[in-house]
Design a protein around this ligand. Structure first.
Ligand code: ADP
Ligand code: MG
Ligand code: MG
Length: 210
């Protein structure tokens, strides 16, 4: 089973839809520990990405992911936009020229994206950021592949691990981003960026399952 170029476009559309549906939810999460703009930021960014669909339609996966990344960098301010921009840009570098990805290719692309986020944001596991959803999700994906899971199973495990990582941010004290300004008062709230990262991997599992 492979992830074709068209399926990558379907994933981006699904993620854009999920962000639009969850715009208010993400904003509420960010209102509690940030500046109440994460939903608006992500929705604006992915609306801009959707407007580039016609020009992405006949491109390779690397070009598609790099276009998403550059669009986010150009349209979304704050911390989240540039971090997601970097994630997509770095994933795109790993998939240059590819018309389809195997599970192995996706593992490598996502790893490059997460490494880009870490390099740019300097957040570690447990700092209450998107890293807390992304890293356990990637680990679960890798583990599933090593255990011989098929693509659909591996993606489902990845999404579930992201969801657990997202929920596990609730008790944490933020050490990066705006939420860190609150210190101990950031505990008891789910991180907005970890939530949007879960939605990204949920979209992949749902759209690439078959
Ligand atoms: P801003 O905080 O600038 O308003 P957003 O609200 O769009 O930006 O995004 C906030 C999210 O960005 C946080 O919930 C967190 O997950 C993520 N984030 C913030 N700083 C970092 C960082 N240094 N590394 C990784 N993720 C971060
Ligand atoms: Mg914010
Ligand atoms: Mg902001």
């Amino acid at each position: 089973m492979v992830i074709t170029r068209d399926k990558v476009l379907d994933w981006i559309k699904r993620y854009a839809d999920l962000l639009a549906e969850n715009r208010d939810y993400l904003t509420q999460l960010d209102a509690a520990i940030g500046d109440a703009d994460h939903g608006a930021n992500m929705d604006r960014g992915f609306k801009a990405v959707l407007s580039k669909m016609p020009e992405m339609a006949d491109k390779d996966i690397g070009t598609i992911l790099k276009t998403v990344g550059m669009t986010l960098l150009a349209t979304v301010g704050g911390a989240g936009g540039p971090l997601y921009g970097t994630l997509f840009l770095q994933a795109g570098m790993k998939t240059t020229g590819k018309m389809e990805m195997t599970l192995e290719d996706w593992i490598n692309a996502l790893e490059a994206g997460i490494t880009g986020v870490k390099n740019r944001g300097k957040a570690e596991l447990g700092d209450k950021t998107m890293i807390d959803a992304l890293v356990p999700a990637w680990n679960a994906l890798k583990q599933a592949a090593e255990n011989g899971s098929n693509l659909g199973e591996a993606l489902e495990r990845c999404a579930r691990a992201a969801e657990e990582g997202m929920k596990a941010t609730i008790p944490l004290v933020a050490r990066k981003g705006r939420a860190s300004y609150l210190g101990e008062r950031s505990a008891g709230h789910q991180d907005p960026g970890a939530t949007s990262s879960y939605l990204m991997l949920r979209a992949a599992a749902d759209v690439w399952r078959d």
